[in-house]
Design a protein around this ligand. Structure first.
Ligand code: GDP
Ligand code: MG
Length: 164
């Protein structure tokens, strides 16, 4: 069966934008309001002649008691459990947040391979200096990506496929 790649991270970092860019069409809803993708959305895509399933998730707020946020967390956990590789999406504009660190710990507990995406690196050329902060998450090399422009998505997928 096809390998499953889950897109995970806190709300509003650009998971659905990345998902849509990778699959090459607009399937997942992108919103400025955090947490719009409540359910998991699946799509099949091909990278270097290999067929895979990509799963978008609504976002994780690890310690929220809010009903919707805990439902989103449960959906994300199901996606994590079924994934072969996880793309953990963060945001260069906000830097590493406390929630990012909490999600990283949650992902590390899964024992699944994790690829660290630092999204919203919109300026082409060298990645911004603040990207080094993301090494503190303990997830290896941060990969700069601009999901709106598509920059870095190839490097990201290559890193994912090293685990497949
Ligand atoms: P999600 O909640 O993680 O799924 O985030 P969305 O994909 O819905 O995006 C949240 C907001 O971030 C939207 O306004 C997107 O247009 C914006 N966004 C996503 N990716 C990028 C990016 O690479 N660069 C910039 N500048 N904005 C982005
Ligand atoms: Mg979304």
């Amino acid at each position: 069966s096809k390998p499953i790649i889950a897109v995970v991270g806190r709300p509003n970092v650009g998971k659905s934008t990345l998902f849509n860019k990778i699959i090459g069409q607009r399937l997942s809803i992108v919103e400025d309001t955090p947490g719009v993708t409540r359910d998991r959305i699946y799509a099949e895509f091909e990278w270097r002649s290999k067929s895979c399933m990509l799963v978008d998730t609504g976002g994780i707020e690890p310690f929220s008691n809010d009903v919707i946020l805990s439902q989103m967390r449960r959906q994300a956990q199901l996606a994590i459990d079924s994934a072969d590789v996880i793309i953990f999406v963060t945001d260069i504009r906000s830097g590493v947040t406390a929630t990012d660190a909490d999600v990283a710990n949650m992902l590390l507990k899964s024992g699944k391979p994790i690829v660290l995406c630092v999204n919203k690196c919109d300026n082409v050329g060298s990645p911004p200096a603040d990207i080094y902060e993301f090494y503190n998450l303990g997830l290896g090399d941060p990969i700069p990506v601009s999901s709106v422009h598509g920059h870095g998505t190839g490097d990201l997928l290559d890193a994912v496929f090293e685990h497949l």
